[in-house]
Design a protein around this ligand. Sequence first.
Ligand code: IPT
Length: 994
Amino acid sequence: MKLSTSLLVLTSLTASTLARVIGGKPNQFIQPYKREVLQDIVTWDEHTIFVNGERVLFLSGEFHPFRLPVPSLWLDVLQKIKALGFNGVSIYIDWALLEGKSGSFEAEGVFALEPFFEAAKAAGIYLIARPGPYINAEVSGGGFPGWLQRVPGRLRTRDESFLNATENYVKSISEIVAKAQITNGGPVILLQPENEYTSADETVVPEFPDAVYFEYIQEQYRNAGIVVPFISNDARPAGYFTPGSPGGVDIYGYDGYPLGFDCANPYTWPDGNLPTDRNTLHEQQSPNTPHSVLEFQGGSFDPWGGLGFDQCSELLNHEFERVFYKNNYGFGITLLNIYMIFGGTNWGNLGHPGGYTSYDYGSVIRETRVIDREKYSELKLQANFLQVSPAYWTAEAQNGTNGSFTDTNALHVTALLGNVTNFYVIRHSAYNSLDSTNYKFTAPTSAGNLTIPQLNNTLTLNGRDSKFHVTDYDVGEYNLLYSTAEIFSWKKYDSKTVLVVYGGPGEQHEAAFTGVDASLVEGSGVNIAKKGDATVLNWPVSTSRKIVKVGEDLYVYILDRNSAYNYWVTDDIILKAGYLIRNATVDADSLSIVGDVNATSTLEVIGGAPSKLTTLTFNGESVAFNQSSLGVVSSSLSYSAPELDLPDLSSLTWKYFDTVPELSNTYSDEAWTSASLDFTYNSHRNLTTPTSLYSSDYGYHYGVLLYRGHFTATGEESTLFITAQGGSASGFTVWVNSTFVGSWAGADYANNGNVTFNLPSLTSGSNYVITVVLDTTGLDENWTVGEEEMKTPRGVISYTLSGHSSQSDVAWKLTGNLGGEDYIDHTRGPLNEGGLAAERAGYHLPGAPTDSWNDVVGGPLAGLDKPGVAFYATTVDLDIPSGWDVPLSFVFGNSSSTTGSNGTSAVYRAQLWVNGWQYGKYVHNVGPQDSFPVPEGIWDYQGSNYVAVALWALEEAGAKLESFTLEAGTPVKSGYGPVTVVEGETWSKREGVY
Ligand code: IPT
């Protein structure tokens, strides 16, 4: 076992060091400790991490289990990640979901992590755990639970009350993660404390970046049993907390999002956005740890009113991957995590106000779990190459220069020099160029300096492309003297060695092998010639495959890139197939393959099949095959899509419940919370109302909030001014008694609405009640330390009722979800419910007592003829054949032309529940999301499903949905295994409901 030398250089943080760090002041929270090597399974040197003494090129994707609350689907996503050639996944853990009430930590059911750890083990995936406590992640509060708004201490600082507030969570989550560490046989090999602790308002946090705080967080994890190395993620390579410095981690890492998050111009790559010279920086900052990037852009988030994730996927597409990811490899990065590899869904109010329900992120695996073929496949080509290229893992990255190694300044080449093998990353000097550039490549090889191509023609780099060229690359017993074609994979088997290379359209390529002859055995158009001791192959890329036999037993498969996308590598075999290959098992003379098809697909096992195959199965079913004399197995996987008979939502009978019963003059709000605090616990914003109306002061943090303001009229009231704050795209509607006075429709640019409403004439001496229904879109994140943005309050934050000299004349009450922090539904967690009457009563849950409700054919398609919120519920029966992974989405159609039922234009929003899980928030006047995927497992694909929609009409005209459909994507015949419908609480009469 090779113990990393860098472990030895880690300094211990002694009491005196800490005293220096904190300016000599004693600090009771800091327990000085000596960092020791706590385990020897995960180690590292300056090149890579090691697991059990073996070098690991760690290619990882970010996947948040909590954004897919169907544990039996986790393995599906993990296998899709593994099939990329990745061996890692990074997970955030969202504190807000696990400690809805301070002191009560719960991680059960869909929130339990153990099944995720088991799935990761089953998929052969190592994990980086990122439990925060701060995570950002576009989640509500950046992962901070709402009750932190009442904690006076500055968030993410050494303030005692803040640190105390983290204690229970960090301890509890650490116990769970600790058990899953590799030292205990689990998949967790690294832990990242905090998150991007890189930016602060230093006028209020002068000690930033505070080593005492950063050390404290690490100490909490250590004390709770975390022994795997700590890795950091500086937001940029700022060099904070590098190993050996006060507060330093074990392995330094940083993040990068070079194309940013504006998906408006998906074809524009601004000048200067490609990182350069990162290897020099790395050498300065952390020379003894592997060059690690904890988050590298894999897509983009998208705000309310944004452009939608298809456009983000276009901006961060396969070309982006080629140029930017290969640029990363040019720095010798060996630990890389792509954020996000699968985004998932902000179900049940878990998102922050800067985003909507979908967290698709434009990732290689879309929110529907569908593979984005071109983007996924490009990454698969890259990852597989690096995994079979151990020379890369230890190569020394050089600084790239324009014009080196080629005959043109239009190209930029970065060399990575190994002992024998060298790698060259080629791109355009103007990284965003759309030109195709012809060039010759000159590099030293074991056969001397060679200018390539040697035979004929020229090489070409197309616009927005980047390539690896290799020299003296080891292919088993063969020396690939050079190749301008890129390598997908290779493997040495007993009977032969297989190498797969590819090139892009319109390109000419050349490769040479040392000391062996070669002959074409399939296809045509390869020029084969001797140059000295080497045999040179030169060919134009075409869609017809070529196979060249080199020496005794090396078979070189020469492909065009699009065809290479159909090739897969498992532990044992290399094969051509269709949509997805998950794994393959060779057992004596039989081969079982597990995968997915979305079209009839050719199957061809080009390496690794038993030499005399007797049985071939695909997803457990025997398939006919042929085997060639070279052992290649050919078959065909048939596909014929099932007929799906999806219900027509417009012809279903829906049950109707008026979910603003508060407007009735018989409604009693006796049980509501009195807004009687004449101060606020919120340290971020002073009160501008006589008593606090900040919802978090009273334990209501998520979803719809309601306010009731009681007053006795003077008869002088003419206007009511209200500022209500719910985050971007929030909206609210106001009534006095049952009279609608107006709404704030919401906008993406506004965190709150300030509106002066005209009031009807009120009778002096009579009692009235103002009802405000406010839709909130989550709590703000807290990215910049010191700004305390997470504490930005929700609720009515100011009001003026005219005709009253004292605003204390209005006595307010409020509510949100039933029970507030003592939330009712522990299966779906503390965030899933808001304060609509239907939610308070649990009518969104299966089994709700809808029999007595009125029938409305078409439900939300019939809609409302006046302002209000209507709750519709129905049963949707599904009968999707098992073994078919069919993406289902609700689609709100004809958005732009939608009108109120009286024919005028309407402003409305809607929420959607499936079997009790809130799976969509639609804001018609803001957008952009109008298609809401809901996964199998939330759906029962072979049964009855309880579906509910709350339709909120904000204007006089009322509102109805013009079209609302359930739509299926392409059915995938899948080896994903059985999906278990998640268990959620069903309806029962709730105690104290109001
Ligand atoms: C980085 C965060 O660490 C991560 O949680 C997520 O918010 C991501 O951004 C964006 O999706 S912060 C980065 C923008 C500097």
